[in-house]
Ligand binder design. Structure first.
Ligand code: ADP
Ligand code: MG
Length: 681
């Protein structure tokens, strides 16, 4: 197949310059890439349904002949319309076509056709609007349907694909060697490609898909293992003394055993001259990851290195900065905040001090990874809430030092089967214990008829000195930012009516960083009692006196996101509450929200989320910086496990990277990872 990646698609019949450009839009330039463009779905033309058995709303395929000629005319709003009656042995169906004057010539009497479409039934009258059709002799039983782009019809892709499939040589260079295919019962690549596009029947399709899915997961799996093996070894950052006990004395609490254990893991990494640390610290919301990072930064800085902490939002960066400034106030450690909204002149000063080694610890956002930021001796990089960063961004920050140590912190509870794969390039430490004295969080699910009562309850708690978050309509990726207006309207409504005597603040993504900062500061100082917010508060914010979280339209959130949101309360010593408001009564939605009420275990919630909602983008490449998958899904745990087993076999079988039998497999690994900008040697 490799050579087909060098054949341009303009060599295919029917693809002129214009159409080629449309294929280019889909990322397809070569015949090889075209063959990798798998169908989005299939129409099964083999399952023919008798006309008498069709119900209103069915999407079906019928085998029928015309009983009349095609009648045509114009609708009231001057659309061309053609109608024709067709019949099988069991009944009659009317077909209606719009805007297609050629239909008269395309449909002939005395010819058997298959028609595929959505039927509507009104008593005995059956109708199909704009069905697709082909003559019985052309039926290609399972028809592939591709994702398209404007101006590119499915049949053009199908025609190009037919030619591309025909170009496959007899012996395709298969990434999976024969013995491997036999061992794991997988079909060969040629059969797989032919049948994923033009399956002879559904069995063949399933066999083809299974093989391609497992191959892709295997390639991902091996690629991630290679990243892990690339583990940077020379360690130029000599850390000789452990200062974690000294750091703990600066705190007004004792570290939990779990925190101590994780700090020990990290310290032994950085003190080991043989390795460079690549460690993920996973801990549920509120488990105290920040001070773990702080402790390690302290040790590194005390040994003469520089440390950088990168947070995904300005609010979070500021919060970390403020808490570290306080913890380190009686030490000689020089600390700075570098975010996009820091004044240009100040940024300049901070950057020159970083370069001169006059700042020891810098906390910031993406501003840290711009080319302008240089360090004199960057020895440790910490990224907080890792799921927000791509692997590439992490790499960029690492490139700013001489092989600095890396600590990645994440609260995203990932089902254990996936953790291994997603974070395959990192060693993992888990903080599996919450600081003592944490209160239970009572989680309740209500519908909007009970909202007034809930607001009354919030008011009562506020009069007792507590604070509350109200999260209202979220803005989804790609959606127009309706959250802005609604957060503001919602807050205005509350201020005017229910909470007219209570200070209400607003926080949303469209505010200027300085405005956000001011609101957060007021909330942290208890000047604002109720914070109405969009999901910008999801990540990391810490105000222990806030004890109520009310979430409107809770059904619109993923469980893991709800879990993150809920983690904003229950952080102090007061009893906390999470109120989920939803009027959605679908079974799936109710089950999901009930799971939230029933457990506080992030891993259980992640598992339920995966089962009930599917992978969504929670496990998509957007959040993890993993390569874009073409046919497989990380939610497919069964095939993931199989691919894991095969990967184990390949690795144990030989030094496969240099083994000729695995040359095509290695090429696939390179291809998958180079498309994502990930670097494999
Ligand atoms: P997360 O793991 O979600 O990032 P944080 O680091 O923000 O959690 O910690 C949550 C809160 O718990 C903070 O107010 C922090 O100061 C506090 N905290 C952390 N560790 C301990 C501890 N061992 N004992 C008491 N409080 C702690
Ligand atoms: Mg945190």
């Amino acid at each position: 197949m490799a050579s087909l990646y060098t054949v341009k698609i303009d060599t295919l019949k029917g693809l002129g310059e214009k159409r080629c450009e449309l294929f280019n839009k889909l990322g397809i330039y070569t015949v090889g890439e075209l063959l990798n463009y798998y169908p989005r779905t299939y129409e099964d033309w083999s399952e023919v349904v008798d006309i008498c058995d069709i119900n209103d709303g069915d999407s079906v395929c019928i085998a029928a002949e015309l009983t009349t000629g095609v009648q045509s005319g114009y609708t009231k709003n001057r659309k061309f319309i053609a109608k024709v009656f067709v019949a099988d042995d069991t009944g009659v169906c009317e077909l209606v076509f719009f805007n297609n004057p050629y239909i008269r010539n395309m449909l002939k009497t005395n010819t058997k056709y298959r028609f595929f479409g959505k039927a509507s039934r009104n008593h005995t009258d059956l109708q199909m609007i704009s069905p697709t059709f082909m003559t019985e002799s052309d039926v290609n039983v399972v028809k592939p349907i591709y994702n398209l782009t404007a101006g590119l019809p499915n049949n053009v892709v199908v025609n190009a694909m037919k030619q591309a499939v025909a170009m496959l040589p007899d012996k395709v260079n298969d990434p999976l060697p024969e013995e491997l295919r036999e061992k794991y019962n997988l079909c060969d690549l040629k059969f797989a490609i032919e049948n994923v596009h033009f399956p002879t029947d559904t069995d063949a399709l399933n066999i083809a898909r299974r093989r391609l899915v497992i191959e892709e997961l295997l390639v991902l799996n091996l690629g991630l293992r290679q990243l892990k093996d690339q583990k940077r070894t020379q360690n130029a950052n000599i850390i000789e003394k452990d200062y974690s006990e000294e750091f703990e004395k600066l705190l007004n609490f004792d570290m939990t055993n779990a925190q101590k254990r994780v700090i020990k893991d990290c310290v032994s990494d950085v003190m080991n001259p043989e390795i460079c640390m690549n460690r993920l610290v996973q801990g549920d919301v509120g488990s105290g990851k920040t001070v773990v990072a702080g402790s390690l930064c302290y040790t590194v800085v005390k040994n003469g290195g520089q440390a950088a902490i990168m947070a995904p939002t300005e609010i979070l960066a500021e919060q970390h900065y403020n808490s570290f400034k306080e913890i380190l106030s009686n030490t000689d450690i020089r600390i700075a905040l570098l975010t996009g909204s820091v004044k240009e002149s100040q940024k300049k000063e901070i950057r020159s001090k970083l370069e001169a080694g006059e700042i020891d610890l810098v906390i910031g956002t993406h501003a840290l990874i711009t080319d302008k930021t240089l360090f004199s001796n960057l020895s440790l990089v910490v990224t907080d809430e890792q799921h927000r960063f791509g692997v590439a961004q992490r790499a960029k920050l690492l490139s700013k030092g001489n092989n600095p140590h890396l600590l990645v912190m994440s609260a995203t509870p990932i089902p254990r089967t996936l953790g291994l794969i997603i974070f395959g390039d990192l060693d993992i430490s888990i903080i599996d214990e919450l600081p003592p004295g944490r209160q239970e969080i009572d989680t309740l699910l209500i519908d909007s008829t009970k909202r007034q009562r809930a607001l009354g309850f919030i008011k009562k708690e506020i009069l007792r000195g507590r604070q509350a978050y109200i999260v209202c309509p979220l803005v989804e990726e790609g959606e127009v930012d309706t959250g802005l207006a609604s957060a503001e309207e919602y807050a205005a409504e509350l201020m005017l009516n229910f909470f007219s005597d209570i200070s209400v603040g607003i926080l949303h993504g469209k505010m200027k960083p300085s405005e956000k900062e001011a609101v957060m500061a007021d909330f942290a100082e208890n000047k604002i009692k109720i914070l109405v917010a969009t999901t910008v508060i999801e990540v990391g914010i810490d105000v222990p006196n806030a004890t109520i979280m009310m979430i409107e339209n809770a059904e619109r959130f993923g469980l893991s996101q709800l879990h993150q949101l809920r983690g904003r309360v229950g952080r102090g010593s007061e009893k906390s509450y999470c109120i989920l408001v939803s009027d959605n009564r679908t079974e799936n939605s109710v089950e999901r929200l009930k799971t939230m009420c029933a457990t506080r275990d992030g891993f259980k919630i992640a598992d339920a989320d995966l089962k009930l909602r599917g992978p969504g983008d929670f496990f998509g490449s957007r959040q993890h910086g993993l390569p874009q998958l073409n046919i497989s899904s990380l939610a497919d745990t069964r095939n993931l496990e199989i691919s894991q087993k095969i990967a184990d076999y390949v690795v144990s079988d030989s030094n496969y990277i240099y083994d000729d039998r695995y040359r095509a497999l290695n090429a696939e690994i390179k291809r998958l990872f180079s498309a994502s900008g990930e670097m494999l040697n």
